[in-house]
Design a binder for this molecule. Sequence first.
Ligand SMILES: [Zn+2]
Length: 347
Amino acid sequence: MNFIPIDQLRSIEDSKLLYKQRIDDAVQFYKKYGDKFVFRKCPICNSDSSTSIEPFIDLYSVAKCNVCNSIYVDLVPTNEQLADYYNHCYSNIIYANLNKTNKTQFKYKERVDFLYSQIIDYVNYHNLSDINILEIGCNNGYFLSLLKNKLNKLKIKKNLYGIDLDSNAIKEGMEREGGGDCDLKLFSMDASELGGLGVKFDFIVHYELIEHLVNPVQFMRIINENLQTNGVTIFTTPNILGLEAKAIGYNEERLQVHSVFPPMHLNSFSTQNILYFSIVNGFKLKSLDTPGNLDVAALVYKNDNLNIRELRFISKMSDKYKGKIQYLIKFLNASSYMRVVLEKNEN
Ligand SMILES: [Zn+2]
């Protein structure tokens, strides 16, 4: 229960630099495309009844659904405009480079260990002799490569697949894997083209992706179509009901990104709306937890500048007690980083 500080994954200086560049990019992007954004209904429940709330950086329109209470960006860029953002905005280059540092290894190890435990349970339960696993948004396939090494112990046939829109990252990954690796295949493609692979997957995973999408329901439909019956999808996304997100609003400076952060993050999921979202898209909710470590540290970093005065006591505590509160936040599913495991329904 040691207290985990805010710079667990990256230094404070790097985080501040990245945050500033992301805001600069958001302003420039809005100037370029803001008058061409399009309206959308609630991305969780499809209702068109909503109430406008505080815009993001006085520019981007944000709404609260009157039916399911979800908060979302209601005037959104098109996918073509977003392609320009992800390919050309400088903040995305900074982020990609930061992800190559040693500190981020911790994040990958945690994901590999969790997925491995889920795979073992699944293989034993279904008594399988082979398994198909896909990561959507795999970048250069580094995570899949770590997973492949860990799965070596498992004496069944493993087929690992990764897809990403970034063809340069895929090329880099294929070179690292020696090109023709038969256990790990990487493709540059959109999720909507997955049917072309002719594979039904046992596991489809994606990390920090679904909050970026203009149409997350369509994305869930694609995942559903490409999973085996009883196949499993695992994903992570920010939880807008987590301590940090509630204590530090989306317009305040934060060292981690908030669910509401257009044009990057357009959807805010939560421990409340995820159950409805899962069921209407053809899944059972197998498990949900919030393994995020950094909520308490983010509040401590704000210290006396924290807008909610009643929470300033946390920064005054000793590290021993901060560590215990950190544990409590995770224990109660109240962290701002959420992990969801869904099982595809039988038709
Ligand atoms: Zn709604």
